[in-house]
Design a binder for this molecule. Structure first.
Ligand code: MN3
Length: 249
């Protein structure tokens, strides 16, 4: 306590005494939680995970999954539902129509929609293409990987290198064109390939919140381990949907 001057100690004692002597009613009012603003209940909702949060261990730990899903993704949902209050069309338009035409939006909401709807789309895809016992790429997806990305080994090395090069926060994606052609592309922040007319077949989140609890600064280790979480049957479904124009987000 030597850092506290006698005067500070006296002031501290005075404040404590003031609180203790405060009228009971005033104290009760101060301690009561602020009335909660009515929580928006939609139209956006957090998509549930199709597997338990511990299902991807040891590659992604349960706590990271829980925080990532129920706090980071939920924040986008909450923000979107707040945006819908003043921009009701946002709640009914198809995600790809909105993200594909961001310049049509009013300047006052463009930035918020870009980040929050982009984040919602990115994470919805992310949870979907992961899972335990994800199998191996086969069939049309494997053929496309061989044709466009130089085979699995080169694909994984190039994807990891792109994810490592992405400076700061962002994503590394495999985009799929209408003709089924694949490409590895990164985006900063919560940008999504839909913003320039492309679609994400799959992607990995390289924001630090996706791996920091377990991997700290070792993004390269996270990128490498992440392949163990990919659900290849989901990726195959997305590939087929992309080619028929029925891919959701
Ligand atoms: Mn994230």
């Amino acid at each position: 306590m030597s850092f506290m001057s006698r005067r500070h100690l006296m002031l501290a004692a005075t404040s404590i005494a003031a609180v203790a002597a405060a009228p009971r009613l005033g104290f009760a009012q101060a301690a009561a939680p602020a009335p909660a603003a009515a929580a928006p209940t939609g139209p956006f909702t957090l998509p549930p995970l199709a597997y338990p949060t511990a299902a991807l261990e040891p590659h992604i730990d349960a706590r990271t999954m829980e925080i990532h899903h129920t706090r980071h993704h939920q924040a986008f949902i909450t923000n979107l539902n707040n945006l819908v209050k003043t921009n009701p069309q946002l709640g009914t338009a198809a995600v790809q129509d909105v993200l594909g035409n961001l310049n049509a939006l009013d300047e006052s909401v463009k930035f918020a929609v870009r980040n929050n709807l982009g984040g919602h789309a990115n994470h919805t895809m992310f949870w979907e293409i992961m899972g335990p016992n994800g199998g191996k790429p086969e069939g049309e997806v494997l053929a496309a990987i061989d044709r466009d990305l130089g085979g699995m080994e080169k694909f994984q090395n190039d994807f990891n290198a792109a994810g490592l090069r992405q400076f700061g926060s962002g994503w590394v994606f495999v985009t799929v064109a209408k003709d089924g052609k694949l490409a590895i592309e990164t985006r900063p922040n919560q940008d999504n390939p839909m913003m320039d007319g492309k679609r994400a077949l799959m992607g990995n989140d390289v924001w630090e919140h996706a791996y920091y609890l377990n991997y700290q600064n070792r993004r390269a280790d996270y990128l490498k381990a992440w392949w163990n979480t990919v659900n290849w049957s989901k990726v195959a479904q997305r590939y087929a949907a992309a080619k028929t124009g029925t891919l959701g987000v």
